[in-house]
Write a protein that binds this ligand. Sequence first.
Ligand code: MCN
Ligand code: FES
Ligand code: FES
Length: 907
Amino acid sequence: MLKKSLIINGVKRTVIADPEAFLADVLRKQLHLVGTKVGCRKGECGACSIILDGNVVRACITKIKRVPDEANIITIEGVGTNEHLHPLQLAWMVHGAAQCGFCTPGFIVSAKALLDENINPTREEVRDWFQKHRNVCRCTGYKPIVDSVMEAAKLMRGEIRKEDIWAKLPKDGTLLGSSVVRPSALAKVTGSWEFGADLGLELPPGTLHIKLVQATVSHANIISIDTSEAEKIPGVYKVLTYKDVPGTNRINGLAFPSNKGDGLERPILNDKKVFQFGDAIAMVLAENPAVAEAAVEKVKVELEELPAYMSAPAAMAEDAIEIHPGTPNIYFECGTKKGGDTAPLMDSLPYVVEDDFYVGRQPHLPLEPDVGFAYFDEDGDLMVHSKSVGIHIHAAMVADGIGIPLEKLKIVQNPTGGTFGYKFSPTMEGLLGVAAMVTKRPVYLEFNMYQQITYTGKRSPFFMHLKYGADKDGKIKALETDWSVDHGPYSEFGDLLTMRGTQFMGAGYNIPNIRGEGRTVATNHAWGSAFRGYGSPQSLFASEVAIDELAEKVGMDPLEFRYMNVYREGDTTPNGCPPDVICLPQAIDKLRPFYNEAKKRVKDKNNASSGDKKYGVGVSLLIYGCGLDGPDTSRAWAEITPEGVTVANSWEDHGQGADMGTLTIAHETLKPLGIKPEQIKLVMNDMKFTPDSGPAGGSRSNVLTGNATRVACENLVNALKKEDGTYRTYDEMVAQGLPVKYDGEWTAPCTACDVETGQGNPFPVYMYGVLMAEVEVDVNTGKTKVENLTMVSDCGTIVNKIVVEGQLYGGLVQGIGLALSEDFEDLKKHVTLTACGIPQIKDVPDNITLIHQETPRPNGPYGAAGSGEMPLSAPHAAIINAIYNACGARITKLPALPEKVLAALKK
Ligand code: MCN
Ligand code: FES
Ligand code: FES
């Protein structure tokens, strides 16, 4: 052990620590300064940034023995307090620069060091600084972060006052449509928002730490598991295998009736087979994590390796064995049949294009690795706290597997450092539940970034073939589609995902005749989980790149070709139903002036270029539906209290702003009562108290849970209303014996799509956008730089402007990653944030222009649609179209790595 004196946030502290311990752990675990977050533990993300003697340092890779005695350390706790915020913290709140908030303390500390050094930086200097210090954010698209630093610097220079930037409620007190900061912002900017790993440090003595014995091959029969050596290690409480699981040991994937599997193929702890790399074969439970880790090495697993099918075509091959014996590898099929037969039509049409497309296994890369804990509470309920974004649906999926009656299992969502959809699937809930059931002790499990990357679900690759036909005027008349979805070994929601092909290939255009066939394929690569956009980024990539090819064949400008073909009154979607609103022509009208300028700009740049760099502009439509397929339902409740109103729902928060959505919609509905936002108490995402609102996926929450919240509040308002038009107080309600709590429920007026024809009316509301990307392509290296993004978005009535803008920036930047760098294919290579291609600040442009169009949605709360997923539905298509426009390289298989661009250029 070493003993050191450190001046931490101005206070002299004595530290006694293992010399090999990392500063981040000493700060968090010994000094209880949990504002410093740990994401990658590899010096790649900057979440753990602190200031050490004036320099920004990543505490996760700094050993305590290297920290000088008497060193001056500043952590987020020393930057500002709730009462005395640092200008950076204030600006971060105002600009919505903290979404999930996991990167926030590290960024703010890093920015403080910058402004301490240079109080008047340029935007580019700010970007250079964060690039140099490796501060990475997965949520915000970086622009709001740069805006915050610039604003804070102005405040510090005395050029503006706090009051100038603080968004106030308009005079009439309306929160709806404002830029008021979200309730959780203050805790996020001060580092006091407690994520799962922070709560983990507060669990009671006696908590058992779990470490997993995981498969290191992708497909095998399990011959034997020997835990005896591991169990002998002092401090090991127990090693659990499938034999110890009290329940069925199966996660219920909620398969469609027409799914050839039963949806019960995913074990909690693998028993007969290993289906993918990372599968959990045993759980070591020990008094501390180090002992558990050591014991993992001692568990002996004997396997018989089987051929691993690492892609849909491989698993579809004639000689491939069934991954789940008894269920064919192609386990779900669906199709589109709209209008007449397309084959004869295609032969008669003058303009026909066809191409193959591939969108791969995009990794989610949240900065917070998966984490959770479980215990039995005083009612004897099994409480599981996790990053779940579908608490009720996950309870239903894991209860039987764990062996607990559903009514005794309660899932709570911890403050969550981003999921981007991977937590639409249960990850560790089953494991935590089993461990608590068997031991009856609190149990804690945290993944490291390697486990997060290699063993959580990924975007499912789509192998697609599309053929479009247009008549002599360029009107699209026919579409043929074929798609195979590699869903990994576990079927959950794979059928629902495959149906997205029927909904988004051709979306945005009135296409009278469509024929298509899609299928879901079991493979041994990472299991498919939801990822922002859920099937639309795959479908629309093929669709929107093929549209560009068709426009070229017809001889029209790609934007004008789209303008001519997008939905107008009387048109129908690929599912044969009318779109919710007609807003694309208007959106294109708004984009056109920017597009014409951009075309001129790239022309001038190309003329001025020596030829090494080529410039281009590309466009795409962005579309996504809000809701699960069909008559989806959400619930909420509202209760009058002596202080105001309590509003409850299970609108899980990935970081998108569920708190702000709930508060704003409740406030708008409760307006007749004249209560202020601060009188509304939110109770969210705890099955002990909150109703089943459905999962926060499919950009459904603002519409579905927004409406349910509205209905609950309306029901309360109506109950409070007196005959004379005034409203009863809480005391009056109680005195009159009236109930104080009112439920609200809302069901989408929709019909699920028919599996064979794809015809139906799946979504109550859609989100729309039109995006333009400008790129620079280096023809010598093949490297593409996105220089500019301009988007007209239509998310209906905006509930909160900074939340929506944050969603749009963040989604677009994930689209840059999807287009150019992100992949999880190689299990040896794609194992870190950097190797997976996460965009850093200099990989994305500072020039992102958002233009809002607010077409009110008939089915949306106060006319609102969603916003979360649309911006990632097809930005990669615009970027790929821009690359073609720049240099003639047509990339159809993502990501467009430099070598692929070079190869396409050579063609
Ligand atoms: N909103 C608004 N006005 C509108 C539309 C939406 O203010 N007209 C706000 C909503 O109140 C909400 C946010 O925008 O705070 C997103 O709304 P919605 O599109 O309904 O999405 P959900 O609330 O259901 O959130 C889920 C969605 C999905 S599915 C993924 S994946 C996702 C996402 O949102 N993952 C995210 N955004 C994310 N943002 C962050 N920071 N981190 C993630 O992991
Ligand atoms: Fe330290 Fe990522 S850089 S946690
Ligand atoms: Fe930056 Fe979520 S706000 S990672």
